[in-house]
Design a protein around this ligand. Structure first.
Ligand code: ATP
Length: 229
């Protein structure tokens, strides 16, 4: 699903690389936490997977493709197989809940009939049945994140990338979001989640990959958070 071979990433005008010689494999269906202190390279790792950035050295393979060899016009096609969720939800504020989710299908040209069927189904799955016509501003943070997850999942991506999805939520709401991500993972979707949330990582006991100053320093199955701020 994802393979990094000796991947380094240096940004222009930075004297130390954001990622250094990272090699790892993530198989289809895994649930992986990406941890490490601020600036350790987690977002850079995710940006390389999304091909928002390119590796300076080494190879990044995603869904069987060497991203260095993927031409720019094929990037959108690759990204359709990836769903993304962020700390700040990133919903369209002037569209309803249902329209936000439908939009993810419209942009990839799904037929209207299919959209009409899929949107209520996925909203039911994330626990938002009956809230189709609400505006994002009328929802709690946890509900907004559920909309973002519905939008990320409606096209049934092979891989879901979540960058601190519980960063703005209280502990109880975060547990609900994690249950949902776990349920999505159980449908076969691979999940990679960058987080600073110790409680969640310690509770879920999934694979933990830790970065420190750009290096991979730990790769543990059924792991714990394990580093101090
Ligand atoms: N676009 C950029 N241009 C230059 N340097 C960058 C850029 N993005 C990140 N960096 C640098 O790369 C290093 C790794 O940053 P990155 O954002 O990947 O870390 P992170 O682990 O995601 O941090 P956080 O937990 O705070 O989100 C840092 O030193 C950062 O300053």
């Amino acid at each position: 699903m994802i393979r990094f071979d000796n991947v380094s990433k240096s940004y222009p005008k930075q004297n130390r690389p954001a990622l250094r010689d990272v090699s790892l494999d993530i198989a289809k269906g895994e649930f992986v936490f990406l941890v490490g202190s601020s600036g350790s390279g987690k977002s850079t790792f995710l940006r390389l997977v999304l091909r928002e950035e390119r590796a300076s050295h080494g190879q990044v393979h995603v869904l069987g493709k060497d991203l260095a060899k993927l031409s720019n016009w094929k990037v959108p096609q690759m990204r359709r197989q990836l769903g993304t969720v962020f700390q700040d939800f990133r919903l369209l504020p002037n569209k309803t809940v249902a329209e936000n989710v439908a939009f993810a299908q419209e942009v990839i040209g799904k037929p209207r009939g299919e959209i009409r069927k899929a949107v209520p189904q996925v909203l039911e799955l994330v626990g938002l049945g009956g809230k189709e016509d609400r505006m994002p501003g009328e929802l709690s943070g946890g509900e907004q994140q559920r909309v973002a997850i519905a939008r990320a999942f409606v096209n049934r991506p092979a891989l879901l990338i979540a960058d601190e999805p519980t960063g703005n939520l209280d502990p109880q709401t975060s547990v609900g979001i994690m249950k949902l991500l776990d349920r999505i993972n159980r449908t076969g979707t691979t999940v990679i989640m960058a987080t600073h949330d110790q409680q969640i990582v310690d509770q879920m006991r999934k694979r933990v990959i830790e970065l420190e100053q750009g290096r991979l320093v730990r790769d543990q199955s059924r792991g714990v958070y394990g580093y101090q701020h």
